[in-house]
Design a protein around this ligand. Structure first.
Ligand code: SF4
Ligand code: SF4
Length: 270
């Protein structure tokens, strides 16, 4: 049974991070997608727990009115929870942060660690992003969770990265940098083992090896973008499974068999 999906609500971003794999896959054509139709399918299909990540090929907060409308559209469905991830460069007015908090939307901020490290990969956006983090904390009373990409520089300065996140006391989802600047799965797993001795680290279940779990491709977890549905965000340069309007009962039939300790995409593409 499918119980989590990610929806890429747009294909635009105001940053051009060095390692962004969506930018590396620049040949993917952007197309319109009816997100309300996907949400209707979720409402019809969802079991007792269904999670939607409003995350994808761009910065969601650039299209905040749309994101807000999608969240409002599912607000009566207590079995459907949602989260989003932002690069932190777009601060929202106080009432909008409250809206997210009142709707129990987890907001993850993409911060790679201390200032120099973050700025090296993420277009010098550290000060702006951290100012937004502080505003979020001021409004909600707590720090957000963080999403940090782990590359070679993070490995070389691992204790400094861990110390940076320790001060916030919230959960960190470390993801493995892939592509041109990537690190190996083993290097990443060693980093996670060290980090979780000192800070709350998210370990995905059947989710994605990039987030410390097992690969969930073709089991319970799908990615909607560009009017299509894919096995995951990293698979958008593979043939899509179908149109974004596909009923979830059809998605259930697309199960893949492979060793889930490894990334499906890397297994088939090297
Ligand atoms: S903020 Fe995210 S989507 Fe935008 S360039 Fe950076 S990694 Fe890519
Ligand atoms: S194919 Fe790779 S990137 Fe995609 S969910 Fe599986 S482990 Fe993650």
């Amino acid at each position: 049974m499918v119980n989590r999906i990610c929806i890429s609500i747009n294909n635009r971003c105001n940053l051009a991070c060095k390692y962004c794999h969506f930018h590396e896959k620049g040949n993917i054509e952007a197309a319109d997608m009816d997100v309300f139709e996907i949400l209707d399918n979720v409402k019809r299909y969802a079991g007792p727990k269904f999670k939607i990540g409003f995350v994808g090929n761009g910065e969601c907060f650039l299209d905040w009115p749309l994101l807000r409308a999608y969240i409002a559209y599912i607000e009566d469905y207590t079995n459907i929870s949602a989260y989003t991830i932002t690069n932190g460069t777009i601060d929202l007015p106080e009432e909008e942060w409250r809206f997210l908090e009142d709707h129990k939307i987890n907001v993850g901020f993409s911060i790679d660690g201390y200032k120099e490290l973050h700025n090296m990969n993420r277009c010098g956006s550290f000060d702006k992003a951290m100012a937004t983090v502080e505003h979020y904390k001021e409004v909600t009373g707590h720090y957000p969770t963080f999403n940090a990409t782990v590359g070679k520089d993070s490995l070389a300065n691992s204790q400094k990265v861990i110390d940076f996140f320790k001060s916030f006391g919230t959960r960190v989802t470390f993801s493995r940098m892939i592509g041109r600047y990537g690190i190996t799965l083993q290097e990443y797993r060693d980093f996670l083992a060290k980090a979780e001795l000192e800070i709350p680290v998210r370990r995905g279940g059947q989710d994605c090896t990039m987030y410390g779990g097992q690969c969930g491709s073709g089991i319970n977890n799908y990615f909607f973008a560009n009017g299509k549905v894919y096995y995951c965000g990293n698979c958008i340069d593979l043939p899509p499974i179908g149109h974004s309007s596909i009923p979830f009962e059809e998605l259930e039939k697309t199960r893949l068999e492979f060793d889930r300790n490894y990334c499906y995409k890397e297994t088939i593409c090297g």
